[in-house]
Design a protein around this ligand. Structure first.
Ligand SMILES: Cc1cc2nc3c(=O)[nH]c(=O)nc-3n(C[C@H](O)[C@H](O)[C@H](O)COP(=O)(O)OP(=O)(O)OC[C@H]3O[C@@H](n4cnc5c(N)ncnc54)[C@H](O)[C@@H]3O)c2cc1C
Ligand SMILES: [Zn+2]
Length: 620
């Protein structure tokens, strides 16, 4: 009888994990390569699952595509590895078990991390290898991304009449990470032609059953479930699963009640777990009817208590001139000068103070703490820079949720200067994500969803700035990055300082088509040495020769040099206000008296220009 004929009237037992079992034996390399170098070990595992009662086993080919094998330099071995894997599974099965050719998903939590074109190429190659070896069916498993699974399933369905099992993985009971209800996802997979649809990996029996309660019995297809043993534990530098196989025995009947007909195990499961499923369910008749729990509606609400206090900066700057000032958290613990500066700048009428996130990878007091204090104590709008360097995805999201809770809604999303440039050159730069993905993450929080698609119950209200470095060889490339940041969700941009009128004009010409406004960066130079350091040593900063010459002339007179720096910036403000509404003043070395003078100057100039009537509104 064929695999699908059997499933018509009975529950079939599938095998359990391959990867985590190999890992538990001390193997920590490319598991699929073992098909070539350690065939006896793979056959032994297949054998153990069959002895435990598995009617169906899967080839050791979960990651045997060129995208994943390339991590080990094995991208040219796709055919050899897949052929060997089918050979081992068949040898162990000896026609006592069906052999499914396994193909795993590629996309993880990051949206569109691998293009569909690349995925299709890689999938086709592996698919043909498995079909050539005459497997009994295909197991498409561990797909977090429905778009990816729908795409490869359609290809497989076109290429073969063999049974296809299509399985998604969930982050949260009931939903995929793009918030598609699992019930709907499985219906879509069935309509593309999957013979069996279901779930595997990521969660254990508890969360898988919670999800299955929301899933209707498919009309044509059958239902499958391959739960993990438990959550992994980490001890003495190794992951392991503590789950007691008897827990699976007790859970087995619950799976049957939910209509599961093909039941196996995923990460952390062993032949013992499969033996328990087999003891309880082997050859049992499947249920034919079930009552489905209603899929809960997404309950995202906007909490009226956490509404934004301010109009978003991108809206302000589209309507009128606006000045924001970077005043960085101190590098030492004395904060008096910082607060004096913040107070003075507020009185000058600026729209926000921006606080860097350990810029140049130098340690400073946390910008979140000082941002909160200036907001609470001085009534200033803080704009918090967030770099991807110091926090992983978990830390970034928790930081953002904290900012939301504290009522700080203005952020600048940056990749961040690498640790190598700063105080601790040996420190790790995390970079789980780049500024593009950070912007996407924040946008998703604004929709009430976590980065992994979990319902947050509330929407955040972040206004998202992206960084713009115009001091690069190719302005076209820099502007392409801005366009990409807009596609990711950036609302406006803040630039590195610009030090010539020509550059201001160049930036204007290259960016005037963008729908997101720009705060153009201006920074007063404090001395010739400061100018030379910035020009020659700081990434992203270039100063016109004429300006460096002006500063060089006052090399021995610090007060006059600082005054000259302010005068240069004033003339740049004049030029900038003709082209941009947004001015971003950067305070050097906490010398706020310099940016204060410039902020007051900018306000004065706006008033004069308004008198001349070509400034759009009169608020500032
Ligand atoms: C307004 C502003 C505020 C900043 N605040 C901070 C801060 O608080 N903390 C901090 O650590 N850093 C800060 N930086 C520095 C910033 O992290 C780096 O300048 C970064 O290289 C550029 O911005 P990003 O992080 O968004 O990089 P992205 O645009 O994400 O670029 C990432 C990588 O690509 C490179 N790259 C960017 N543009 C180009 C191009 N045109 N051609 C080739 N390669 C390119 C970059 O060098 C970088 O390695 C700030 C920069 C700006 C403009
Ligand atoms: Zn798994």
């Amino acid at each position: 009888m064929s695999f699908l004929e059997k499933l018509k009237n009975q529950i079939l037992i599938a095998d359990g994990a391959m990867g985590t079992l190999l890992y538990s034996y001390g193997t920590d390399c490319c598991f699929e390569e073992l098909n070539l170098s350690h065939p006896e070990q793979i056959q032994h595992i297949h054998q153990a699952y069959i002895n435990a009662g598995a009617d169906v086993i899967q080839t050791n080919t979960y990651a045997a595509n060129y995208l994943k094998l390339s991590r080990y330099g094995l991208e040219d071995s796709v055919k050899d590895i897949n052929s060997a894997a089918v050979h081992h599974a068949k040898k162990a099965a000896k026609n006592r078990a069906f052999v499914l050719g396994t193909i795993g998903g590629n996309r993880g939590i990051k949206p569109n991390s691998i293009s569909l074109e690349e995925i299709k190429r890689s999938f086709r190659e592996q698919l043909y290898c498995l079909l050539l070896e005459e497997v009994d069916g295909l197991l498409l498993e561990t797909f977090y991304d429905l778009e990816e699974l729908e795409t490869v399933l359609a290809i497989a369905r076109k290429e073969t009449k063999l049974p296809i099992i299509a399985q998604v993985s969930i982050q949260e009971p009931g939903f995929l990470q793009d918030r598609t209800p699992v019930n709907e996802a499985l219906k879509r997979l069935e309509s593309i032609g999957a013979d069996v649809v279901g779930l595997n990996c990521r969660v254990g029996p508890h969360h898988m059953l919670l999800t299955l309660e929301q899933i209707e019995l498919p009309k044509q297809a059958y239902l499958s479930a391959y739960p993990n043993a438990s959550l992994p534990a980490y001890t003495d530098g190794k992951f392991h699963y503590d789950s007691d196989a008897d827990y699976f025995r007790r859970a087995a009947n619950e799976f049957r009640k939910q209509g599961v007909r093909l039941i196996g195990g995923c990460c952390g499961t062993t032949p013992e777990h499969i033996r328990m499923f087999a003891t309880e369910l082997k050859n049992k008749t499947p249920i034919k009817e079930k009552i489905v729990k209603f899929t809960p509606k997404v309950t995202v609400v906007e909490d009226p208590a956490i509404k934004r206090e301010h109009t978003p900066l991108q809206e302000i700057v589209k309507q009128r001139p606006s000045v924001i000032v970077e005043l960085d958290p101190p590098r030492k613990l004395d904060t008096r000068k910082f607060f004096d500066g913040a107070k003075a700048l507020k009185e000058a009428g600026i729209d926000a103070i921006t606080l860097a996130d350990n810029s140049l990878a130098q340690v400073r007091i946390s910008n979140e703490s000082l941002g909160y204090l200036v907001k609470q104590e001085l009534g200033i709008r803080p704009l918090i820079h967030i770099s991807c360097r110091d926090r992983n995805i978990i830390g970034l999201q928790s930081h953002l949720m904290g900012l939301h809770t504290l009522g700080m809604h203005d952020v600048l999303a940056i990749t961040g200067d690498p640790a190598r440039v700063g105080d601790f050159p040996g420190a790790s730069s995390v970079y789980d994500v780049s500024s593009f993905e950070l912007i996407q993450m924040i946008k998703q929080l604004n929709a009430g969803l976590s980065f992994s698609g979990k319902d947050l119950g509330q929407k955040t209200a972040f206004s998202i700035a992206g960084a713009f470095n115009p001091n690069v060889r190719s302005m076209e490339k820099a502007v392409k990055r801005l366009e990409k940041k807009i596609d990711c969700g950036a609302d406006y941009f803040i630039s590195q300082p610009v030090f010539s009128e020509e550059k201001l004009l160049e930036v204007y010409e290259h960016t005037k088509h963008l729908k997101a406004p720009i705060y153009i960066g201006l920074m007063p130079l404090t001395s010739s040495r400061n100018a030379e350091f910035l020009h020659n040593e700081v990434p992203g900063i270039k100063i016109a020769d004429s300006i460096r010459e002006r500063m060089a002339k006052l090399n021995d007179q610090p007060n006059l040099a600082a005054h000259e720096g302010v005068e240069i910036t004033k003339s740049l403000i004049d030029a900038a206000l003709d082209l941009f509404n947004g001015i971003y003043l950067i305070t050097p070395f906490l010398r706020y008296e310099l940016t204060l003078e410039l902020a007051l100057y900018a306000r004065q100039r706006v008033r004069e220009l308004r008198g001349n009537s070509h400034v759009k509104t009169t608020i500032y």
